[in-house]
Write a protein that binds this ligand. Structure first.
Ligand code: SF4
Ligand code: SF4
Length: 409
């Protein structure tokens, strides 16, 4: 095949996710067809760009994979050079994908460690339990070592970071033993959380973590649209060489994809996932991102945007997406939280609604919702929260919709 023809074909595939799903079509037996689809998808995405993560300067793919990624997508992603895997300890039961296990040194695998004795709000940091958990996870997965040890959900406040060094001590012991190499955290916001006295916002805690200097990089909630506090933190992190990874990135996008009228209004040649990926990887100050995808079609649509410049049409698409998402999908900033007199966990509830509506994971969303002490029906409709929501979300109505969806039968 001539170079020009090959390029035209790649460009065609990049623009047409449907072509990949159609794959090589009917004449092949099912396993061969599935394999051909994986190869076509990887070819359509091409090589994922890499970037340096934090002070250590490790070269990582700008998009991270994760343990819940369906196996064909992992295979396609490895072919594209994805080399960082979030929550690698959760591969335990299904097994680490062979492509990663057999080429262990080419991949960065992260162990994600939860608090113990409760959930992320009520649980505690416990050096011995974290130490034992990482050792058990290594035995279970056969990964031999974890590249990163992550404190899942992060600290409740800067004061807790200063006072409770149990997680750091567990890391240092494991590092001496050659079982872990780098320290990181994912950070949620706890400002105004009635179950976390003295809780602070994610931006406040992350700024303290960065000043503290022990952690190398962090995952934080970040998506398109205005978010001044997180944007300021990301600028500071970039100047300091503190690594950042965006998570919970696809705000409202699952719903957009299923709305033909909205999709028709987007500029030609753009899609929400693709514009989001272009923006995250070339138009924002975040270093890397986790973007969940459910099938090969979404894989191609989303990941083919990695490292590609934002065109005028993508900027217009992002404007339309922001206008829609600001009315329907919470960005999880927790700004409203301290102002609710009824202590409704607004951001938590609306995060679960996003799992149900955008990720189509209603069962998990309902299970998480059923575990809440206070649910959306505790809202009395006073509207106090609304004056504090940067996106002007109609919070009481959105909570009522979430409750109807998540309370189950
Ligand atoms: S409207 Fe509902 S969620 Fe908002 S502050 Fe009032 S009670 Fe809280
Ligand atoms: S409802 Fe508004 S203020 Fe509250 S977490 Fe969501 S986006 Fe932030």
């Amino acid at each position: 095949m001539k170079q020009e023809t090959r390029l035209q074909r790649r460009e065609f595939l990049r623009c047409s996710a449907a072509a990949v799903v159609a794959g090589l079509g009917g004449s092949l037996p099912r396993p061969a067809r599935a394999q051909a689809s994986i190869e076509e998808a990887a070819d359509a995405v091409g090589r994922l760009p890499r970037t340096k993560l934090g002070k250590g300067g490790r070269e990582v793919s700008v998009l991270f994979g994760y343990a819940g990624m369906p196996p064909p997508l992992v295979e396609a992603a490895v072919r594209c050079g994805m080399n960082y895997w979030h929550m690698a300890n959760r591969w335990g039961d299904a097994g680490v994908p062979p492509a990663i296990l057999k080429n262990r040194e080419a991949h960065y695998c992260q162990v994600t460690v939860d608090r113990v004795g409760g959930n992320h709000e009520s649980g505690r940091i416990d050096e011995e339990a974290h130490y034992a958990f990482v050792r058990e996870s290594l035995d279970r997965t056969g990964l031999r070592y974890f590249d990163d040890m992550q404190l899942h959900f992060g600290y409740h406040s800067a004061a807790e970071l200063k006072a409770d060094r149990g997680f750091v001590r567990a890391f240092e012991r494991l590092k001496k033993e050659g079982r872990v190499r780098h320290l990181c955290l994912s950070q949620h916001g706890y400002a105004g959380n009635s179950r976390v006295p003295g809780g602070e916002s994610a931006a406040e805690v992350l700024s303290a973590v960065m000043r503290d200097g022990v952690y190398e990089h962090a995952q934080l909630m970040y998506s398109y649209g205005e978010d001044p506090a997180t944007t300021r933190f990301l600028e500071a992190a970039r100047k300091k060489g503190f690594g950042t990874t965006a998570m919970k990135t696809s705000r409202g996008i699952g719903r957009m994809r299923e709305d033909p009228e909205f999709m028709r209004r987007l500029p030609e040649g753009t899609t929400p996932h693709n514009a989001l990926t272009r923006w995250l990887t070339t138009g924002s100050n975040v270093d890397t991102a986790v973007i969940r995808v459910r099938n090969l079609e979404e894989f191609v649509d989303t990941y083919s945007g990695a490292g590609r410049p934002l065109r005028a049409a993508d900027l217009r698409a992002l404007e339309l997406m922001t206008a829609r998402a600001d009315r329907t999908a919470c960005r999880l900033c927790t700004e409203c939280q301290p102002h609710c007199p009824e202590r409704v966990p607004i951001a938590e509830i609306l995060r679960f609604a996003r799992y149900a509506l955008d990720d189509r994971d209603l069962d998990s969303a309902r299970e998480l919702y059923s575990g809440l002490e206070r649910r959306a029906d505790a809202c009395v409709g006073c509207r106090t929260c609304m004056g504090h929501c940067p996106q002007g979300l109609e919070i009481p109505a959105t909570l009522a919709q979430a409750h109807a969806l998540l309370r189950g039968a």
